[in-house]
Every structure is written in structure tokens, then in C-alpha cells.
Design a protein. Structure first.
Length: 166
């Protein structure tokens, strides 16, 4: 379920997103919007955000960023998410980062490539689902489908993706 964008390009951007207003406060941001990330209990499901060599950034909310400068300890690298972009705080000399997350639609990663120009999603590759989840998920699907079939439920004899009348 976790997929990787191993080579996400960064650009230096103004911290303000207003068209005509510039703050002259520069920050790193992903060049392109990221595919929609799955949210669970109000939190985006990022697994890893960091350098290509594996140095992890601390993911935090945008509202917490302003207070991080006052920390006595742990003045590391931070990342936050806003309007589809990841913002990297504390550094301006990075060109690429790696992002591992649970994306809502894995096929959206087809437009992304790794550093060797290989696509991050291939429709022929196995779905990114851990093996321990396959059996319970299959059972759940079959139990519902079987129940619908036994109850004379939905049928699509015309193969038009619509339920046919009984």
C-alpha cells in the first residue's frame, strides 16, 4: 500500500502563494503537486520524507512551522504539506527528495519517474498490497459478492457496468 516517489524535484519558491504578493522569504517546495495522499484519523499517511540518501525530515503541520525556530534542540529539517505541495524547511540546497506514502490512487504515480526515468507505476506491476492483507480482503470481497448473488442481487448480463433488472 505504501508507494515511493524516489526522485521528486524541488524548486525554490516564495513562501507566500499569492500571485502578486512576494515576501522574499524563500523556501523549498516540490515542483509539481503530489498525487492525493490518503488521510486517516485526520493525518496524511506519509511513511517517509527525506533525502535520496535516506536522511529523514520531520513531518509537521504548517501551523507548527513558525514555532520550530525557537526550539533549543532538534533544529533539523522539517516538511509540511499545503495545497498539494510539500514544503521543506531549514535548507535551500536540495534538488530532489524521496516521498513514501499511501496514495489514494496508485495509478496517478504513472506520471512520475525515478532518477533513471523509470515510471513509478506500471499497470502490469502487482498492486502494492502487503501479502498478509490479501486473504482477508479477498474473503471480504467474496463474502459480499456471494451474499449479493445468493440473494438474487446485482447482475450485469449486458456487460454495461450497470445492474440489470431482475
Amino acid at each position: 500500500m505504501v508507494q515511493s516517489l524516489p526522485c521528486v524535484e524541488l524548486v525554490i519558491a516564495d513562501q507566500a502563494e499569492c500571485c502578486d504578493i512576494k515576501t522574499n522569504c524563500k523556501i523549498l517546495r516540490t515542483k509539481e503537486r503530489l498525487p492525493q495522499i490518503l488521510e486517516f484519523n485526520g493525518k496524511l499517511l506519509f511513511k517517509f520524507i527525506g533525502t535520496l540518501s535516506g536522511e529523514e525530515f520531520t513531518y509537521t503541520s504548517e501551523s507548527q512551522i513558525v514555532w520550530l525556530q525557537y526550539r533549543k534542540y532538534n533544529k533539523g529539517r522539517y516538511a509540511y504539506f499545503r495545497n498539494g505541495y510539500l514544503y521543506i524547511v531549514s535548507e535551500l540546497d536540495l534538488q530532489y527528495i524521496r516521498v513514501d506514502a499511501v496514495f489514494e490512487d496508485p495509478t496517478e504515480l504513472a506520471s512520475y519517474t525515478d532518477c533513471n526515468s523509470n515510471k513509478c507505476f506500471d499497470p502490469e506491476s502487482p498492486y502494492p498490497l502487503p501479502e498478509y492483507m490479501i486473504q482477508p480482503l479477498t474473503s471480504l470481497i467474496f463474502s459480499r459478492e456471494l451474499r449479493d448473488w445468493m440473494n438474487g442481487g446485482r447482475q450485469d448480463n449486458r456487460n454495461n457496468a450497470e445492474d440489470d433488472p431482475q
